[in-house]
Design a protein around this ligand. Sequence first.
Ligand code: BGC
Length: 519
Amino acid sequence: MPAFVINNHGGDTPDFDGEITFYVIVCVFLTAFGGLMFGYDLGISGGVTAMDDFLKEFFKEVYEKKQHVHENNYCKYDNHVLQLFTSSLYIAALLASFVASKVCTQMGRKPTMQIASLFFIIGVGLQAGSVSIEMIVCGRITLGIGVGFANQAVPLFLSELAPAKMRGALNICFQLFITIGIFVAGIINYFTSDIHPHGWRISLSLAMVPAVILLCGSLTICETPTSLIERRNFIKGKATLKKIRGTDNVTAEFESIVNASETARQIKNPFSTLLKPSSRPPLIIAILLQVFQQFTGINAIMFYAPVFFQTVGFGNNASLLSTVITGLVNVFSTLVSIYMVDRVGRRILLLEACVQMFLTQTVIGLILLTDLKPTGSWNHAEALIVVILVCVFVMGFAWSWGPLGWLIPSEIFPLEIRTTGFAFAVSSNMLFTFIIAQAFLSMLCHMRAGIFFFFAVWILVMGLLTHFFLPETKGVPIDAMVEKVWKQHWFWKRYMVDVDDEVIKEQVHPHVKYVKYGF
Ligand code: BGC
């Protein structure tokens, strides 16, 4: 029965042994399909809601309105039930992510992913086989539960599986797969829009593919050592750690996980811990990043790109093709982020993108304001300029607010509140995705070109707040955030006083604990 030493965490994370193994690459690849599942759904609904066959079947009113194209360019798709089709998924995902955070802690990341894919598969079946609007909305709610579970478990799984020095890059694989999902959805919609009358059913049913891969994948992958150790399965936890690191020399990392999970176990109610002053800085930043991510206006583009391109004068196929182009820009620009994020840091990427996105939103707004009258149509050159501007906008988002909106919330919380804090981040993302999805078409109808100025103002605000309030986390060990980031920040350090109180309390206990486990 060997004893081992557990050092109190804090200070620098030691450089643990082990490189990235082939097994980890396989696990990352299989689980990132959770991101693809999410991305496919983000990308497919815009194209489907632009298909006449789909509209004729479920949204006759919108279809009729669309026939009078020249009546009002900005309002032809404005219909609350149509918006509910797109956005009901996100409200279900929002609620599901809190349940998922509990399941993740108590049962593990693997079962959470299995539950996610099962819900997703049922939801796809309901949607693709829909015969009524009620059935299609039920399908979307079921899909939403799947998305809520997957978005909670997958980023956490990736971060826990990755060796510390590659956590950023592996975490962004989740976003990479989201963008691949959006892109693939664009291509599929492009082809199925010509298959009458059930092309839309093919588009919706193909969402089954990533869900089945995630389900089969989650049966083959390992559970994360953190989750095993959290649930007191020490022997399996250590064996898994050896397997994923490809070395027997994992004692230091094993001890650090045991130590972190011991600290986390002291916390009986993570929700009330989240209300403590010292939890406020990461909580506020995590929530704001997700809210701002949505207020860039990205999903106005992602959901409604085909609808939007038709609004500015493209034909059916041309607009779906432009969506494919923006999808490709999205994927390749995310690769830039994987390369840059640990080199130039988070703040530079976010701030540069604010400038880029502010300019593009403003110019699109100006072009629409001067050239697109409610009943006019466009020549191709003008429409092409708008597509190029949309691509430059997507580029900026994809190497900054897209991936970092998920990465930063996963790295700024101390372990004891990490999963609960992250659940707040996921649900804020879903809430504001819902709000934008629900409101965009009405806003386009009522605010017209003004909607682009609306997003531009938000981008300005988030740029200023990022400049003053977002600390740089590049290269900071994940367990040293309090000391090296929050306590050093000109504004947030004032909230860190209760951390010092705890340090004083801890001095009553020995600083180094010796713990014996039965192995
Ligand atoms: C966002 C999604 C968005 C996607 C675009 C994600 O990070 O959460 O809302 O549609 O990026 O690539």
